[in-house]
Design a protein around this ligand. Sequence first.
Ligand code: PMP
Length: 304
Amino acid sequence: MKHVWMNGRMVKWEDATVHVSSPVVNSGLGVFEGIRAYWSKEKSQLYIFRLKEHVERLFFSSKVHRMKIRFSKKQVENAITETVRRNGYREDVYIRPLVFRGGMWRTPETPIEVVVFVMPTPRPERMKRMKNGVRCCVSSWRRIPDAVMPARVKTCGNYVNSHIASMEAEAAGYDGAIFLTVNGRLSEGSGANIFLVKHGILVTPGVTSDILEGITRETLLTDGARELGIEVCERDVDRTELYAADEVFLCGTGQEITPVVSVDHIAIGSGKVGSLTRKIQKWFFEIVEGKQAKHLSWLTPVYG
Ligand code: PMP
């Protein structure tokens, strides 16, 4: 991680700093994105997955927080690609664009800072979770309701909610937490959307269940379901439907397609990774590695 893009220029990693007075430090007032790029050995290429959609959401998040980005969407897309390229990665990476107010006060003079940094994400560790699945609990914490914090926006401060739930889950020996809404319906994971499989149908909470409207979720609900011939259903989901499900998985940029093999120590289905989850994983990885010609438009090649 040598080069960080900051407000239009590349700076050294150690020089990419934020002032202590910024509200992003003091109140979590900032917005961000999480984007992955996948290394294809076969094509000797690094592909950024759905860059355009992530940048679109970054601008939406900034708009909700009344932060006007001084760069165009295209400029931010280029900045992201250039930052990955300049660091010369030839492996999977996670990309983090961040937008925040660079000064203490929310005045028109306070600059809106835009930063992009990148980190490598070794495949073996991730593949272990995806192969074996994870053990989750339903958190005693509830997902932030949209009436309190903008749940569908990637606001930095929202993620205190995620951290507090994950820390509780890990302290109790689980791999991760699942959130209910304040009304007790299923919402999502601590940093990923959630799907259930019941009688061959993919079920996921709707967009009014205080979820982040995930790009991976949308990918599965539309093209994924159509191409794999799976029926989908977006609706309110009860907690006990988790225990009754044949399969459960988390999906998102961070979690990719991670099977959940137990919830609250109750085995999901047979307690092993389900066949539909495997099918979806296979479909997803073929796409992100550029093996599906019809979805190449979702990929931004970094090199060449
Ligand atoms: N929910 C939350 C709270 C998240 O942080 C993420 C990761 N961005 C997701 C869902 C999944 O969204 P996406 O597929 O766009 O990464």
